[in-house]
Design a binder for this molecule. Structure first.
Ligand SMILES: [Zn+2]
Length: 478
């Protein structure tokens, strides 16, 4: 590469809102379900059916707008975006072009070079399309309209990002804000958060933007990073060899790690937008905005402060626990049940995070109940479980949400605290290991560790190690 290039990135993020019903009808939004069971004449585009706006969609959009420092449009309208596609039965999508609900916001991200603000151009409300399933075996395509009419907000950023790291930091921040507001669970793997990346490159220091491409089909942070690196290099190669970058929409294939052109990038006029005639404009009063503001749940920074003052947690714990709404909720529920906030925090920051990482899961995928974690903590506190066995039992809780008390009982895992039983086990170990005993008595402190280990082994790991250590020292006194 002979010149220095700068990459310029803007994002369009689609988020499925957590409403119980669809945006313009009463059908459920639940993920999954047999194909075409969550449908009605409205969301399958039957002639003569009419949309009715779900108030909760507007409230979620306003809540996200407020949390991302946007101005709320007091008089907003819906528009028709016309296009044909088999998963779109109306032949148009109800969206917002002229008067989107939120405009001119920003979020702050942390970058290696310090704090940076990423502008939000607008947030608009729209409906999702259905899903096409291509059956290669039968040589046909099938359509499922369960997702048709699920409410979305599209968050359009300014082209303010300059690297994959900044994009990930922005998405992470956005996800956290939306989860805290309760507007969506933002699961990338289930498609409730989807990002399209607009990317161009220009020579470092150049004023005008280069020609941009849009990349779709990015469903994990890793895929987004890889796609950005790949597209940046592809555009630089084109420029270096004197070829133009074509404005187009490209599809990223993460398994093959390359993108291919889907279609030339369309402009707004291609869709023949016009005001949606079946829906009246939405007028948003100050009182309504105030009401939504007042209902806003505690945000992350407030939570961090409260965890330190109310539970006496270190700042570090408060930061990790609040990094996901799910983790924070789990922590609060567990702490309330077991009254040991620091222990609840330790289990979540330690073993839970370790298992999440090992199994490539997100905190949102955790499905064990706070009640079972709280029970486990109580079992360790009253000496019924030693820490090694407790970790084993926790893995079971993490995987299958078992009741630890019942599990420990039925598997005979209870720690032996009976002094008589421990004494006879220790006596046996002393008798069988004269060399280590002599070593210890000659001042080799380390030898006691081995003897504790042998006793634990003899007790199948179920002894109280503190007591074993104490009894050993007592019995080995010269
Ligand atoms: Zn419906």
């Amino acid at each position: 590469m002979s010149k220095d290039y700068e990459v310029v990135i803007g994002l369009e993020v689609h988020v499925e809102l957590a409403t119980k019903t669809k945006i313009f009808c009463g059908c459920p939004t639940a993920f999954g379900g047999l194909p075409n069971t969550h449908t009605c004449p409205v969301c399958t585009g039957m002639p003569g059916s009419l949309p009715v706006l779900n108030k909760q969609v507007v409230e979620y959009a306003i809540a996200v707008g407020l949390a991302t420092n946007c101005a709320i449009t007091r008089y907003c309208k819906f528009d028709r975006k016309n296009y044909f596609y088999p998963d779109n039965p109306q032949n148009y999508q109800i969206s917002q072009l002229y008067l989107p609900i939120c405009r001119d916001g920003y979020v702050e991200i942390e970058t290696p070079a310090g704090r940076k603000s990423v502008g939000i151009h607008e947030i608009h409300m729209e409906e999702d399309a259905g899903k096409l399933i291509h059956d290669e075996w039968e040589g046909c395509s099938l359509v499922d309209f369960n997702r048709s009419g699920v409410p979305l907000i599209e968050i359009v950023s300014e082209p303010d990002m300059r690297s994959a790291e900044e994009v990930i930091a922005y998405l992470d921040k956005l996800r956290m804000i939306i989860q805290y507001v309760g507007a969506s669970d933002c699961k990338l793997n289930e498609g409730s958060m989807r990002a399209d990346v607009n990317l161009s490159v220009r020579e470092a220091g150049a004023e005008p933007f280069g020609t941009r491409t849009e990349m779709k089909n990015l469903n994990s942070f890793k895929a987004i990073s890889r796609a950005i690196e790949n597209e940046k290099n592809r555009q630089i190669d084109l420029l270096e060899s004197g070829k133009p970058v074509v404005q187009e929409t490209r599809r990223w294939d993460d398994s093959k790690e390359y993108s291919y052109a889907m279609r030339s990038k369309e402009d707004a006029q291609d869709y023949r937008y016009f005001p949606e005639p079946d829906l009246p404009p939405v007028e948003i009063s100050d009182a309504w905005i105030q009401e939504i503001k007042a209902r806003q749940p505690e945000l992350r920074t407030q939570k961090q402060e409260r965890y330190q003052s109310e539970y006496g947690l270190p700042a570090y714990d408060a930061e990790i626990l609040t990094s996901s709404k799910r983790l924070a909720d789990l922590f609060e529920a567990t702490a309330a049940l077991c009254h040991s906030p620091k222990k609840a925090s330790n289990w979540l920051m330690g073993e839970t995070m370790r298992l999440l990482k090992e199994q490539e899961m997100e905190p949102e995928d955790i499905h064990f109940s706070p009640a079972n974690l709280a029970k486990l903590i109580s079992l360790t506190e009253d000496g019924s479980l030693n820490s090694t066995v407790a970790k084993e039992v926790f893995e079971k809780i993490f995987q299958e949400d078992i009741d630890p008390a019942a599990y420990v009982e039925s598997h005979g895992l209870k720690t032996v605290n009976d002094e008589g039983a421990l004494r006879s086990a220790v006596a046996q170990v002393i008798e069988e290991n004269p060399k280590s005993v002599a070593d210890f008595q000659n001042g080799k402190e380390k030898a006691i560790g081995f003897l504790v280990g042998q006793t634990m082994k003899a007790m199948k790991g179920k002894a109280n190690p503190g007591m074993v250590n104490q009894i050993l020292r007592e019995m080995l006194k010269p």
